[in-house]
Design a protein around this ligand. Structure first.
Ligand code: HEM
Length: 142
């Protein structure tokens, strides 16, 4: 049960990483279509929230069932998770209220979308690398 949860946690995180990389295409593909950009961003945020909820859910179950203490690794994961959610909600609100018909606004938000995606990819990759380093015995996150 615990191993299964950690496996789900791990697989969803890899899928999430793939989703973040694929999401980089949204501002590119909707470069000349502001309304398409808004619509695609909303669908993106919905999937983003679904995947991050599954990550937290499987992580929390693994933590409780596996009686894993609040070590540095868990604290880091929760902090990264909270940052991911916070930035995504702020981005969603910005894109929702902006007048995207204004070319400068559209341009600005496309840039912000790409930058935020790159930060998210960096954060998730960093956590995956830290966990791999821990398994290999190079560092301790307990
Ligand atoms: C509420 C949020 C989260 C909780 C409670 C949580 C909890 C856990 C627990 C209990 C484990 C297994 C025990 C351990 O290795 O320490 C684990 C493994 C892991 N978590 Fe999380 N986690 C959360 C979010 C995240 C996030 C956002 C990421 C990525 C950025 C992440 C990446 C990982 C990785 C890479 C592993 C190792 C998986 C493996 O062994 O294959 N976790 N997490």
């Amino acid at each position: 049960m615990i191993e299964e949860m950690i496996l789900y946690h791990s697989v969803i995180i890899k899928a999430f990483l793939g989703f973040l990389v694929g999401g980089l295409l949204i501002p590119v593909m909707t470069a000349k279509n502001p309304l398409g950009f808004r619509k695609a961003s909303f669908i993106y945020t919905m999937i983003f929230q679904g995947l991050t909820t599954m990550i937290a859910f499987t992580g929390l179950i693994a933590m409780v069932k596996g009686e894993v203490g609040m070590g540095l690794g868990i604290i880091l994961m929760i902090i990264i998770w909270a940052i991911l959610m916070y930035i995504e909600i702020r981005k969603y609100k910005l894109i929702k209220v902006a007048n995207l018909q204004e070319p400068t606004k559209h341009q600005l938000l496309k840039g912000a979308f790409i930058k935020i995606s790159l930060i998210n990819i960096l954060l998730v990759t960093m956590m995956v690398v830290l966990k791999i380093a821990e398994v290999k015995g190079a560092i301790s996150l307990s």
